[in-house]
Design a protein around this ligand. Structure first.
Ligand code: NAP
Ligand code: GDD
Length: 361
């Protein structure tokens, strides 16, 4: 039985990856950092699994990491943990660098210290936003693993280092270490601080009269959105190859945040009309002229990636990977899921149960 070490599964990708690995009979070592509140809702259903063990660790802690890696001696390590919010990285650049970049280095060093660099395969969660699409936004051109990189936030600068240190350990120590350059992927397990889930939760609440308005910032940003379930399969496939290689994982379809807002409201039969005056954009419900969406400068980012679309031919040819979900199907699933959870919450509240309120997102 193969052993996998997955950092971090309270997040979106970790929750799906662990399900996938358990279905393939892996012994999964699940890493979590200490939290004073419960944040395991995405994986609570797995607690009864016998091949599933929880350990505590934080990306900033080398001592416990070396102990864990030396004891477990995993066959595969998936490094998913990160302070992964781009806007927050502008507020906390030093913490972001320490955890995202030095955290990756700590993991690679721990593999060496445990003497498993020849047997353990390492996956690094790299990101699409190492490429800044705006300057390449030409329909006749497409971009691949080899295209020039131009990170636009402290988060992406940290991820760029993490990517190169992974490549460096592969070249220097002949390790099986690779980077998955994943474009945005979403799902009902996406945390609500990211734009798609923020939208689908707000739309669900608005349709149930539990929220009045949705506040957003850059509605024209374009993203190549896929489904996280498809993307964790690509992570797994990368570590099953004979050679470690970096792969772009994307759907090769791009849409604006504005499109995602429209689709989400369409799912609850609300038609919007927008009125725009410079940055003061407002969207109204055509049925009663209530304002439902507004632009709010609180979500401004000092530097923005406006456009993302990349070519994943290499992964499709070599990994035989192909996305199963379209972005519209994913949006539909997310809105339906959110309506269901808020309906359940309302029923529980009406029966006198106390429900923790969602925080401001
Ligand atoms: P996510 O939902 O934000 O999950 C990140 C996880 O990292 C959370 O479980 C979080 O734990 C943990 N974490 C944060 N700081 C930590 C620290 N100091 N020590 C230990 N753990 C820490 O992210 P995701 O969407 O699943 O993405 C997984 C990885 O892929 C991330 O590295 C992300 O940067 C990268 N990525 C994501 C996308 C995407 O579109 N989803 C695209 C490209 C790359 P808590 O729950 O305790 O906060
Ligand atoms: N989060 C957020 N909240 N984003 C907003 C909002 C808002 O209220 N309004 C507009 N946006 C815009 C952002 O400015 C950005 O252009 C776009 O929506 C997507 O934002 P996010 O969903 O936060 O994702 P991201 O692209 O910045 O980063 C995600 O994808 C990367 C891969 O491309 C994260 O998962 C990163 O960890 C990941 O590397």
């Amino acid at each position: 039985m193969k052993k996998a070490f997955v950092t971090w599964i309270t997040g979106q990708d970790g929750s799906y990856l662990v399900e996938l690995l358990l279905s393939k009979w892996y012994e999964v070592h699940w890493i979590k950092r200490r939290s004073s509140s419960f944040n395991t809702s995405r994986i609570d259903h797995l607690f009864e699994e016998k091949d599933f063990t929880i350990h505590y660790w934080d990306l900033s802690d080398s001592t416990n990491l070396i102990k864990l890696i030396s004891e477990i001696k995993p066959d595969e390590i998936y490094n998913l943990a990160a302070q992964s919010h781009v806007a927050v990285s502008f507020d906390m650049p030093e913490y972001t660098a320490d955890t995202v970049w030095i955290g990756t280095l700590r993991l690679l060093e721990a593999i060496k210290v445990a003497w498993i660099e020849k047997t353990c395969k390492f996956y690094q969660a790299s990101t699409s936003e190492l490429f800044w699409g705006l300057e390449y936004n030409r329909p006749e051109a497409w971009y691949t693993e080899e295209s020039p990189m131009h990170p636009r936030s402290p988060y992406w600068c940290a991820k760029l280092y993490a990517m190169w240190i992974t490549r460096n350990y592969k070249e220097s120590y002949n390790m099986f270490a690779c980077n998955g350059i994943l474009f945005n992927h979403e799902s009902p397990n996406r945390w609500e601080t990211f734009v798609t889930r923020k939208i689908t939760m707000a739309v669900a609440k608005i349709s149930l009269w539990l929220q009045e308005k949705l506040y957003l910032w850059n509605l024209d940003a374009k993203r190549d959105w896929g489904h996280a379930k498809d993307y964790v399969e690509a992570m797994y496939l990368m570590l099953q190859q004979d050679e470690p290689k970096d792969y772009v994982i994307s759907t090769w379809v791009t849409n604006t945040v504005r499109d995602f807002v429209n689709w989400s409201f369409e799912e609850v039969w609300i038609e919007l009309e927008w009125k725009w005056k410079w940055e003061d954009e407002k969207w109204y419900n055509k049925a009663n002229w209530e304002c439902l969406v507004e632009v709010d400068s609180r979500y401004f980012r000092p530097a923005e990636v406006d456009f993302l679309l990349w070519d994943s031919t290499k992964a499709r040819k070599e990994l035989w990977w192909t996305p199963k979900y379209t972005v519209r199907e994913m949006c539909k699933e997310m809105v339906a899921y959110d309506i269901q959870i808020f309906k359940k919450q309302e029923i529980l509240k009406n029966h006198g149960y106390e429900i923790l309120e969602q925080y401001e997102i």
